[in-house]
Every structure is written in C-alpha cells, then in structure tokens.
Ligand binder design. Structure first.
Ligand code: URA
Ligand code: SF4
Length: 236
C-alpha cells in the first residue's frame, strides 16, 4: 500500500473512532423521563390527526410543485419524516442523491452520521422530526440558490408551524442562514440559541461537513449536550 493510501486509511479510521467516541453507543445517557417525547392524551390524539391531515395537504402540494427549476430533475420530492409531535426538529439543507431516490431525508452517509448524533442524546429518529429547507435535489448536490430557498420557504414555514417543536436544530450554514438570516460563519453561530417563528433554534455543523472534518465532532457533541439539557428542562 502506498503511503498516501495508508494515510487515507488512517484518517478514515481516526474519523470512525472519533464518531464512535462522540456519537457511538458508549455515549448513551439514560436519563429517565427525558425520553418522554410525546404525551398521548385524547386531546393530543385529536390534534395529532389534525396535524397529520395538514401535513399531508402540504406534502401533496410539494409533490406537484414547480415553483423553481429544481422540479425538472427530481425523482422524488423529500418532504420530511418523523414524529409530527416531536419536541426536536432537525432542519438540513436539501436532498442528495439517495434522498432523491428514496424520497426521505438524510438516508445517505451524512444521514447515518445524523442517526448516530441523534442516538447520542438517547433519542431515536422516530422520536424527532427531520426536514430540509429545500424539498427537491439540486443538481450535482450544489448548494441551493437564494431564489430556490425563498421559493421553498413557505412549505418549511407551514411545516414548522404545524409540528410546533420546542427546539429546532439547524444543520449547517445554509439551513442556519435560511432561518436566522444572520451572515456569520456557522462556526461562530453554532451552539448558541436563537429564535425563529417564536421557536428556539440552535445551529450546529452539518453531518456532511463532519464527515470531511471529523475533528469538529467534539463541538457537535457539545451542542447535542445543550439540546439534551434544554429539552430536559422544558416541560412537555
Ligand atoms: N443533506 C441534507 O442537508 N439533507 C439531506 O436530506 C441529506 C443530506
Ligand atoms: Fe417547489 Fe421547493 Fe421543489 Fe422548488 S425545491 S420545485 S420550490 S418543492
């Protein structure tokens, strides 16, 4: 094996070990009632049905949307997935290749890391809701344009209002900028609390960025601990 290849393998191995350290099983924290993400009373059941209906209605509109040119190359729209009563909502940028094929958010490599990140605070994907700013895949995974973000924003806003989470975690610079409209690097915004539509927002690095920069997983772990204690202190 050539030295460059060996270095690459070592780098990948190091990244893997760091993922395990920060987002692996060993970091599980079992804190009693924290996992009580939804409370199912009769009222809630009714409001769940109402939420489901409203979200389905937007999903339908999204699936036939042609407001921006991204509709031309999409295989599927990617609306979002998870618990419609979730207290924690993750918002990413836009679907990639796998997401476009499957019609689900974060199912590729970055998605696998996001799952570990979610698991690291003792939650599962089905306990949270995951959505993107943009519902159709930009060609070659290029970042969404300002116009595309603006065109798609109405769906996201409606989605957020219906789910009505206690906390939104924006993943990466585009989702953060799209919500907060603050022109600062994600490295200085992450880990702080902001507000959007009256809901608290905490930005963190995008998992795809973490795959390229594994050393920053330690910072995301710090952000996740803040999320965990925020949710723990918030009454249901
Ligand atoms: N990156 C995102 O921002 N969203 C996805 O759904 C997948 C990758
Ligand atoms: Fe419509 Fe959004 Fe898809 Fe553009 S990205 S076509 S605005 S759903």
């Amino acid at each position: 094996m050539k030295q460059a290849q060996l270095q690459q393998v070592i780098k990948q191995l190091k990244g893997f070990l760091e993922t395990e350290k920060y987002f692996g099983i060993k970091e599980y924290i079992s804190d009693g009632n924290y996992k009580k993400v939804t409370k199912m009373s009769k009222d809630k059941n009714n409001s769940s049905q109402h939420k489901e209906k409203s979200l389905d209605e937007i999903r339908k509109r999204v699936s036939s949307c042609k407001k921006c040119s991204l509709y031309k190359e999409r295989k599927n729209t990617v609306f979002g997935k998870g618990d419609i009563n979730a207290r924690l909502l993750f918002i990413g940028e836009a679907p990639g290749k796998e997401e476009d094929l499957m019609g689900e958010p974060f199912v590729g490599r970055a998605g696998m890391l996001l799952t570990k990140i979610i698991n690291s605070i003792n939650l599962e994907r089905k306990n949270v809701y995951i959505a993107n700013c943009i519902k159709c895949r930009p060609p070659l995974n290029r970042p969404p344009t300002e116009d595309e973000l603006r065109q798609c924003e109405e769906y996201l806003i409606e989605q957020i209002k219906i789910i009505n989470p206690k906390l939104i975690c924006t993943l990466g610079k585009y989702a953060t900028l799209n919500l907060l409209k603050i022109e600062e690097p994600i490295s200085s915004l992450r880990g702080n609390f902001y507000e959007y539509l009256g809901i608290k927002v905490i930005p963190t690095f995008h998992p795809a960025y973490l795959l390229r920069n594994p050393k920053d997983k330690a910072l995301v772990w710090e952000d996740m601990k803040k999320i965990r204690s925020f949710l723990k202190n918030e009454s249901i």
